[in-house]
Write a protein that binds this ligand. Structure first.
Ligand code: ADP
Ligand code: TPW
Ligand code: MG
Length: 571
């Protein structure tokens, strides 16, 4: 199969072999995918040439794996899919990656253009590139082996430059088998130079921002996953500690500075949002997660500084008094260099007010965590998880669900950058196993995935993938028998389960036994602590079914207010 690439005498190569050469030249070391016509040989050959191929059970999980690998490594994660249905299965992950600002490339085989364009009904025929366009940062198609080098380079540069995102790269069946001169093919290959260049902010914008910050009585820094992606932890720590300003981490930015940092205001969130007079956003958008920077959660007189690489983001929801457009590391570098010219500080009264609220809220939380119930609730179960994870500060924590998501975010402290991976900007269910797999594959480290029982179901079959590749992943299923709750009635009084119900008393642990992983069932915090400790010590794939009271969840977790308000029709 590989005679052309390995034989310098050969005069011809083809699109499939050259595609692998181009990926290797660009440093691609892993492909996440599902094979079939027309990409099976491509995956085989990539593996043969030293690229790790991780085969999934569903393309959406492969796409999620590629997306989070892009977030973690700043190199685009590669997802390989077959035509039409495989492509569409992966597209959800590509769209979510674009929304989250994660660099990935979905490479999909596609069928015969002549047949597709005349809509004559090809095997798995779909006009994929045009379908992908609205869901991706960009979509490109390679029609000739001669264009592979440029096509791959273009996909990489687009994925990682500016605000990162998902790129769709269409490779046609005809292109994969089309031949070209092998020497010319090798000569055509290149890797893009500096695909994500530093972007310094202009000095006027930095001065404007520092001046505004110096005028604040109640300053606040909000850190988003853009800062985590930018790997700005060193600069951020310098800036935060030298100014003394409190900070609030967005979900995936937890750990960029440790959650137990004295300036962390996470447990006084309502206070700081409600009172801050100057807010500096660092790689965080004013989207729904921050109620668009307006409304009753915010001080109406607050003024904003925003550090972002994407100029169009500025003013997207409300006026920004001091935009700083550039990459976060460069922007913070310049701000740090210039900060001594401004009297930036944090008034003691503001710190004291925050500390007082923190103390009260931490005490309230402590009481919840230590109150035992039978069955367990989210808080006493999470206390058990937290007790164990405090000894594993380098572990990845993947997290999805509603109550399981919100309560875990609040209870489980993060101490290191980029270790918390969750549903992200869209609040997507189904990222769990894909993210867990890629975190384990890219780092070689341990992963714990804390999953609502509903959330787990979206990617649950990938536990077979976890077992097949013997990844050190422990899945903890918070099993309350449903979406939000397991005890909702069917309003008709009929026999069918309610829309939010799942099987009561399901044993998710039994699933992993089928594939040789280790199964645990935990009904008390002590059992959970013991099971999680054993699972992590073993370094083997494991699943803990964690039995949670079906009655304790809240509708939609912390965002029940987003449900449409309806009234029953008058009878
Ligand atoms: P969160 O959900 O944590 O609030 P968002 O995803 O809403 O964070 O915002 C991340 C922001 O960070 C985006 O607006 C994106 O353009 C920006 N961003 C991403 N990478 C960089 C970077 N290297 N430098 C500057 N801004 C970045
Ligand atoms: C792709 C809607 C939001 S949260 C959730 C669903 C289905 C599951 C909540 O139940 P879970 O957690 O996981 O058991 P818990 O602890 O509250 O019981 N489809 C997609 N994404 C979303 N967000 C939904 C549906 C949803
Ligand atoms: Mg549930």
């Amino acid at each position: 199969m590989d005679y052309i690439t390995n034989n310098p005498q050969a005069t011809l190569t083809d699109g499939m072999h050259l595609m692998v050469d181009a990926l290797r030249m660009n440093g691609v070391d892993t492909i996440y995918g599902v094979v079939g016509i027309p990409v099976t040989d491509l995956a085989r050959h990539a593996q043969e040439m030293g690229i790790r191929y991780i085969g999934f059970r569903h393309e959406q999980s492969a796409g999620n794996a590629a997306a989070i690998s892009g977030y973690l490594t700043r190199k685009p994660g590669i997802c390989l899919t077959v035509s039409a249905p495989g492509f569409l299965n992966g597209l959800t992950a590509l769209a979510a990656a674009t929304i989250n600002g994660f660099p990935m490339i979905q490479i999909s085989g596609s069928s015969d253009r002549n047949i597709i364009d005349l809509q004559q009904g090809d095997y798995e025929g779909l006009d994929q590139m045009n379908v992908a366009k609205p869901f991706a940062k960009a979509a490109y198609r390679i029609n000739r082996p001669e264009d592979i080098a440029v096509g791959v380079a273009r996909a990489i540069r687009t994925a990682v430059s500016g605000r990162p995102g998902g790129v769709y790269l269409d490779i046609t069946t005809a292109m994969l088998s089309a031949t070209m001169d092998a020497q010319a093919a090798q000569a055509s290959l290149f890797a893009p130079v500096d695909p994500a260049p530093k972007q310094y902010p202009c000095s006027g914008s930095v001065k404007r921002a520092l001046k505004l910050l110096a005028s604040a009585q109640k300053p606040l820094i909000i850190i988003g996953k853009g800062a985590a992606y930018a790997q700005a932890e060193v600069e951020l720590r310098t800036f935060v500690e030298r100014t003394g300003i409190p900070f609030l981490p967005m979900s995936m930015a937890k750990g960029l500075l440790p959650d137990d940092h004295p300036q962390c205001a996470a447990s006084a969130r309502s206070l700081v949002l409600g009172q801050a007079d100057v807010v500096m956003l660092v790689g965080a958008r004013l989207n729904w997660l921050l109620t668009h920077g307006k409304g009753k959660k915010w001080n109406p007189a607050a003024q904003f500084i925003q550090l972002d690489i994407e100029p169009e983001e500025i003013d997207s929801n409300r006026p920004i008094a001091a935009p700083v457009v550039g990459d976060i590391v460069s922007s913070l570098d310049v701000m740090i260099a210039k900060m001594d010219n401004f009297n930036i500080h944090c008034p003691q009264a503001w710190r004291d007010a925050i500390d007082a609220v923190k103390q009260t809220n931490v005490a309230k939380m402590q009481a919840k965590l230590t109150t035992l119930t039978s069955p367990m609730n989210y808080f006493n179960a999470l206390k058990a998880v937290s007790d164990v994870l405090d000894g594993y500060k380098d572990i990845y924590v993947v997290n999805e669900g509603a109550n399981t998501l919100d309560d875990t975010r609040n209870v489980i402290n993060m101490y290191r950058p980029r270790l918390r991976l969750d549903c992200g900007t869209w609040g997507v269910m189904g990222i769990g196993m894909g993210y867990a797999i890629a975190a384990a594959v890219t780092s070689g480290r341990q992963v714990v995935a804390i999953e609502g029982d509903s959330a787990f179901g979206f990617s649950g079959m990938e536990i077979e993938t976890i077992c097949r590749y013997r990844l050190s992943v422990t899945v903890v299923v918070f099993n309350n028998g449903g979406i939000y709750r397991g005890n909702d009635p069917n309003l008709s009084g009929g026999a069918d389960p309610s829309p939010t119900s799942l099987t009561p008393n399901a044993r998710y642990d039994k699933l992993i036994e089928a594939f040789g992983g280790t199964a645990y069932n935990a009904t008390t915090p002590d059992e959970l602590r013991t099971a999680l400790t054993a699972a992590l010590t073993s370094h083997r794939p494991a699943l803990i079914n964690c039995v949670i009271d079906p009655a304790v969840g809240t509708e939609s977790g912390h965002i029940g207010n987003l449900n449409p308000k309806t009234v029953a029709p008058q009878k």
